[in-house]
Structure formats: structure tokens, C-alpha cells
Design a protein around this ligand. Structure first.
Ligand code: MRU
Length: 346
């Protein structure tokens, strides 16, 4: 990727403003955690792993120039604000919890050394995310034939992560392995992550990509044009229920109807064993204007009621396999996911 989603730069955090893509490539610079919290909430940066990295960097900035009890108090205040920005993606709290461990183990350091330790941890989370995606991609690529048409939803690519991507990481790894891959990208109403972001980053990497309106997917699955569906996840429960961008669930239903494999690319940081099933996953509601306005113009009657959940839950029974950096999980997921998750902490 020629453009970085997020990077740490001299005590600031830089992000490409994803709201403006593909039209304009604008880099925003943040000096404090409050700015980063606003960036996450307003979708300057989005995608579960990417907002996890952003939160980790925000926590380093939050404790700057403090130590001991003062650092702990600042950390917890910032953590509460950041966690509330987008409740569905578990990567946010996963990253904050990891930063909290580092803080607690280093509270006796002076402010400068504590800050540097926290900064280094946030940067490590950034680099690890890319490595995780590469490993996940390699495992996923093995599931694919040498010539394959993949349908994806939303953006689970470099822009949704520190780099390389999860679902699109599988696409990239398959290409690197010499496979002929074509991607069909749902446009992904209402925020258009598919047509704006997935199409943008795949074209930058010269991966063949065709965008479709969300309501065209069923026809493509029926006519045999699609060999498999690969999506990302914001949080996958212990039983394999998958929370992902709204519109993922109907894709899984249609894929099963047409006997097309439905794969979920899930770094272990997105798997939440504390949620027994998808029913326990909080689903974020987004502002009504995402549906009632387009490019700043009203496209619905003023005052109309709006229902705008950002995510849906796909039941595990519709999922063929879950691709992680430690290998592929197959049903029954309660067993296979727990095995993979525990193998990562050994
Ligand atoms: O609302 P968004 O754009 O943050 O939603 C993103 C998704 O649903 C992605 O599929 C998910 O975060 C996985 S990204 C690797």
C-alpha cells in the first residue's frame, strides 16, 4: 500500500481521513487522545484492527507527562472515553487492556520513561497487526483454487488494519502465491466502505475488482460467478457467531442457499471468548444522517424515523471456516476457536 492507514510520528498520530476517500487523500494529525476518540467516532479511521491500533496510540498520549497514580487515573479516564466510541469491535478494548497491563507493570517509572514504554507498546501492536494479517492471509490463501472469484463486504483491507488487511489480506496472499484472483466488492450501504475503500485500495495494488450494489450479490451467487465469500469481523463470539458490517448476515444466508463457502477472516484479537454467543455482542447504532443524507444533501423526508445498526450477527451455522493467524477453525467453533486462542498465549 502506498498510503499508510495510521502511523506514529514524533509524539503525534497520523491517519488518512477515510471519509474523504477515494476523492481526496488527506492526512490528519492528532496530538491527544480526545482527538483520536473523535476520529474513531466520526470514521476518520475505521475497521476493527485499525481502531484497536489507534486506541493503543491514544493511551500512550493520554498518560504523557504523568506517572504513578496520576497516570493510572488519566489512563482510566481516557479508556472509558475511547471504549465508548465504537462498542462492537472488541479490538478496541483488547488493545486498551494490553496497554493497561504495560502501565500497571511500569507505574514506578518516571514520566518520560513510562511514556516511552507505552509508546513502544503501541508501536509494537501496530507492527504485530501487520504480521498477524500476513500469517492469516497465508492460511486463507491455501483454501483458494488457482483461479478464484471472491465476494467481499465492507472493507477488511489495509485501510481497516495497520496494513495488508484480513479478508483482503487473504486476497493479497493468494496473489503473492501466484493465484488469479478477482474480487467482487459489495458497495456496502450506507457508508460505502466497499465501493469507496475496498475498490480504492485494491486498484492501488492492481488487483482486479468489480463493485456491485449490495442487492446484486444474490444473483451473482445464483449464477455461479462467485467461488467463495470472504469477510472480516468486528467481534466473533466463542461459539463462532460473527458480528460484522450490516449486510454480512444476508450474504451468509445466500451463500449457504447456493452452496458457496462463507469464510470469515478473524485475527485472534477479534475473537472474544467472553461472549458465549452473538447475542451478547453489543451492536452500535450509527447517526440517522448516514441514511437520510448523501454527500451533504438530504435524500429522505425530514424527520423520518431511521434504523441504522452498523453491524449484524451471522450465526455460526452459516460459517464454513474462520481464518486466523494460527490456522483455520472449522465447526464446531466452540472447540476450534478456544484451541487456537489458547495456543496463541502459550
Ligand atoms: O463500520 P466499520 O467500517 O468500522 O466496519 C468495519 C467492518 O465491519 C469490517 O469488516 C471489520 O471491522 C473487520 S476489518 C479487518
Amino acid at each position: 500500500m502506498l498510503v499508510k492507514t495510521i502511523e506514529w510520528h514524533r509524539d503525534t498520530v497520523r491517519m488518512i481521513d477515510q471519509r474523504l476517500l477515494p476523492g481526496r487523500e488527506v492526512i490528519r494529525t492528532y496530538h491527544d487522545y480526545r482527538g483520536i476518540a473523535r476520529a474513531i467516532r466520526s470514521m476518520v479511521i475505521r475497521g476493527a484492527p485499525a481502531i484497536g491500533v489507534a486506541a493503543a496510540m491514544a493511551m500512550a498520549l493520554a498518560i504523557r507527562r504523568s506517572a504513578g497514580e496520576q497516570a493510572r487515573a488519566r489512563f482510566e479516564r481516557a479508556a472509558a472515553i475511547l471504549k465508548a466510541t465504537r462498542p462492537t469491535a472488541v479490538n478496541l478494548s483488547w488493545a486498551i487492556d494490553r496497554m493497561r497491563h504495560v502501565l500497571e507493570a511500569n507505574l514506578e517509572l518516571n514520566p518520560e520513561r513510562l511514556y516511552r514504554r507505552m509508546r513502544d507498546e503501541a508501536i509494537a501492536i501496530y507492527h504485530e497487526d501487520i504480521e498477524v494479517n500476513r500469517a492469516l492471509g497465508r492460511h486463507g490463501a491455501e483454501l483458494l483454487d488457482s483461479k478464484v472469484n471472491i465476494l467481499t463486504h465492507c472493507n477488511a483491507g489495509a485501510l481497516a488494519t495497520a496494513g495488508y488487511g484480513t479478508a483482503l489480506g487473504v486476497v493479497r496472499a493468494a496473489r503473492e502465491a501466484g493465484k488469479a484472483v478477482r474480487v467482487f466488492a459489495d458497495e456496502t450501504r450506507p457508508f460505502l466502505q466497499g465501493s469507496r475503500l475496498t475498490a480504492w485500495e485494491l486498484r492501488k495494488d492492481r488487483v482486479p475488482v468489480t463493485i456491485i450494489a449490495d442487492n446484486m450479490a444474490a444473483s451473482l451467487l445464483r449464477t455461479g460467478e462467485i467461488d467463495c465469500v470472504i469477510v472480516g469481523t468486528d467481534r466473533t463470539a466463542a461459539n463462532g457467531d460473527v458480528a460484522n458490517k450490516i449486510g454480512t448476515y444476508p450474504l451468509a444466508v445466500m451463500a449457504q442457499r447456493h452452496k458457496v463457502p462463507f469464510y470469515v477472516a478473524a485475527p485472534l484479537s477479534s475473537i472474544d471468548l467472553t461472549c458465549a454467543s452473538g447475542e451478547e455482542i453489543p451492536i452500535e447504532q450509527r447517526p440517522a444522517t448516514e441514511l437520510t443524507e448523501f454527500a451533504g444533501k438530504s435524500i429522505a423526508p425530514t424527520g423520518v424515523d431511521v434504523f441504522n445498526p452498523a453491524f449484524d450477527v451471522t450465526p455460526a451455522e452459516l460459517v464454513t471456516a474462520i481464518i486466523t493467524e494460527r490456522g483455520i477453525a472449522y465447526p464446531p467453533f466452540t472447540k476450534s476457536l478456544a484451541q487456537l486462542k489458547h495456543s496463541s498465549t502459550e
